[in-house]
Design a protein around this ligand. Structure first.
Ligand SMILES: Nc1nc2c(ncn2[C@@H]2O[C@H](COP(=O)(O)OP(=O)(O)O)[C@@H](O)[C@H]2O)c(=O)[nH]1
Ligand SMILES: [Mg+2]
Length: 368
């Protein structure tokens, strides 16, 4: 009789234990929170399993791979193709020794080819021409210098700092079409914030694509951020709401909201963004940025997209991605001058460190 009793007791303990675990996991039906701060480099699934209470905890598992060296990218080094396109033209102009129609044609062509766009190109060239006339300039090198000054002037004067709430967590929403780099940009800004000693919560409100939350969770683990995510198809609004409450409870500094880039039609997408915005705005002063993410390599198409978004959702700034490897970097100028929306940060690669604060002087200097 005794072994049977023992077996029964063991079975009871196992059933109770498993039941308890399941209950704990199901207590929040819609939204699951994973708010454990994770070490910067360890992927979630390599975290040590829970150990029995009387077993000493290992301080921290040593990283399997050596950490890749973190380098701060320089705009100058990453702007390659746009830079090459410009510098060739400028040295050609300077070497011809005089200012003539060809000078202006070459300048115009360089700007158009870099996707600065016709209105902005015309505006800039006209301004340079006027100064060449007024200052009686005859040296073509001076023309290039004046162009440089006009480009800087076109870009300066905007506030590019990302907004901070006076109290409580600041919410930054990221919007834009599919594949432009929203999730990656969130990772980059999360990394920057974590490096600055801030506590970051990522809200996985792109529930349209099954893999989206998974991608964000990987970045959360890599950057040392926390994530609030839902089951596939969960309501993005409830995720945003939960992320904001979690952030407030835990004293987080920023909540970065990842949103879907594609719904079955544009009207739905825009309506959903407006709804998310309203949810954030229920907390006074929390919404500090609605950042439109634009892929620089799409050039003038990116500008058209930006215009459509800006007409429907109030955009506070642009994150311009993929400026590395494109010759269309002039899109920065078009966005700023045609839409009046400041480019706040730029993406220049695929790692969490490949982010640069946009600085007009530095950008223009990198082109020349
Ligand atoms: N070269 C480069 N690739 C980028 C950059 N930003 C994002 N990407 C890549 O673009 C692809 C789409 O990015 P993702 O963040 O998933 O776009 P989302 O659909 O808007 O969230 C991924 O392969 C990223 O690695 C960038 O600044 N430079
Ligand atoms: Mg995404």
């Amino acid at each position: 009789m005794e072994p049977l009793l023992l077996v029964l007791i063991v079975a009871l303990v196992v059933v109770l234990g498993v039941g308890g675990l399941l209950l704990a996991r199901r207590s929040r039906p819609g939204v699951e929170e994973d708010l454990r701060p994770t070490p910067p480099t360890a992927p979630v699934d390599t975290l040590a399993p829970e150990t029995a209470p009387d077993v000493a905890l290992e301080p921290e598992a040593p990283p399997v791979e050596p950490e890749p060296e973190r380098v701060k990218p320089r705009l100058r080094d990453r702007l390659g193709k746009t830079r090459d396109a410009f510098t060739g033209v400028f040295s050609g102009i300077a070497s011809r020794g005089k200012i003539d129609d060809e000078t202006w044609d070459d300048l115009e062509e360089a700007l158009i080819l870099a996707d600065v766009g016709v209105p902005t190109t015309t505006k800039v060239i006209d301004a340079v021409r006027a100064r060449v006339g007024a200052e009686k300039v005859s040296d073509p090198e001076r023309v290039v210098e004046l162009l440089r000054e006009e480009l800087v002037a076109l870009l300066t004067g905007s506030d590019r700092a990302l907004g901070r709430a006076e109290s409580g967590p600041s919410v930054w929403m990221f919007v834009g079409v599919n594949g432009v780099g929203k999730t990656t940009s969130i990772a980059k800004l999360a990394q920057r914030e974590v490096d600055a000693g801030h506590r970051v919560v990522l809200a996985a409100a792109d529930t349209f694509r099954a893999a989206a939350a998974e991608q964000l969770a990987t970045w959360a683990a890599r950057t040392g951020s926390e994530i609030v995510r839902g089951q596939d198809g969960a309501d993005p609004g409830s995720i945003v709401f939960d992320a904001m409450s979690a952030a407030a409870t835990r004293g987080a500094d920023v909540v970065l909201v990842d949103t879907a880039g594609r719904l079955h039609n544009k009207v739905n997408l825009m309506e959903e963004l407006k709804k998310l915005r309203r949810i954030v705005e229920r907390t006074d002063g929390a919404l500090r940025e609605v950042l439109l993410v634009v892929d620089a390599s799409t050039g003038q198409n990116g500008l058209a997209q930006a215009r459509q978004f800006a007409e429907t959702v109030d955009i506070s700034g642009v994150v311009l991605t993929k400026l590395d490897g494109t010759a269309k970097g002039g899109i920065v100028l078009a966005i700023q001058s045609e839409l009046g929306i400041p480019v706040k940060v730029v993406g220049v690669g695929e790692t969490a460190d490949d982010l640069i604060e946009f600085d007009p002087e530095e950008f223009v200097a990198a082109l020349f």
